[in-house]
Design a protein around this ligand. Sequence first.
Ligand code: UDP
Length: 323
Amino acid sequence: MSYSGQRVLVAGGAGFIGAHLVRALLGDGAEEVTVVDNYRTASADSLTPAPRLKVLQHDIIEPLQLDGPLDVVFNLACPASPVHYQADPIATWRSSVYGTDNLLTLARSKGARLVQASTSEVYGDPLESPQAETYRGNTSFFGPRACYDEGKRAAESLLMDFHRVHGTDVRIARLFNTYGPGMAEQDGRVVSNFIVQALRGEALTVYGNGRQTRSFCYVSDTVRGLMALGLREGLSGEVVNLGNPNEVTILTLAEELGRLIGVPTSCTHCPLPPDDPRRRCPDISRARRLLDWGAEVALSEGLAATIADFRTRLDRPGKTLTG
Ligand code: UDP
């Protein structure tokens, strides 16, 4: 099974995960890939022009009309780094909720299936671990992260209602902390911050005591899971965690990066942001069962590839590096 002959829309296709997905879809033989992106957090040069690739600048907060047939819609359009999604929280909420509504309306009119990039943030600061899809979460519904958490939760409820009321084919992937080459230098998330800081010989900014955990999933694993979710028959209305169950503390991540970069690193402790979840670990048994999917790239291997990419991008005239 492949995307050969399929016409695919990727909302947020110029973003970090989106651009990896677009390349993989083209590589898998998709007949046409259309990207819509508002370039709020994505860079215009993240995608190389290709014959079967069409790129439109559009904000999915506004309704979207497309000519011609469409088979699959991937919705990755939303800022995902806490720094970025909290910078304009109203736009973030609207991207998730109005944006998903607009894409659902489009998918329904075209008879296309819609794969939603949801998030482990729907579990909030979880009271059980690992988190299975059946866990209803512990979110702070009016805190500073709520524009993202609750926006994504509202989007999930709308997707399920389109599925129940209109029979729209929807699939929801809850993504856990994806990282890899192509992350923006200014992304603001922990992996990119630490790598940029270490390569510049700066202290790593550990928020809080660094004992909070995350489970980092390499981008090629995430993309493979999204593509499988969009391809398999009989999965309409399914919600699936996609993440790497290897749970590590932020301090362990800092140590591992120091070791891989090969420079002595020091840490500076900064205040823990409000509502920062204390732990995050996916139960991926459902993804294994439905998609035959598991994370394959080990943290050390994925971090090494990410470091190599940052070195290439940072190592240009005008930048001083110690790594
Ligand atoms: N974090 C950190 N230093 C940084 C950026 C983030 O210690 O420079 C911590 C943050 O407080 C959180 C974890 O790393 O506990 C993951 O943060 P990130 O922003 O990458 O993603 P999140 O999972 O919070 O959305």
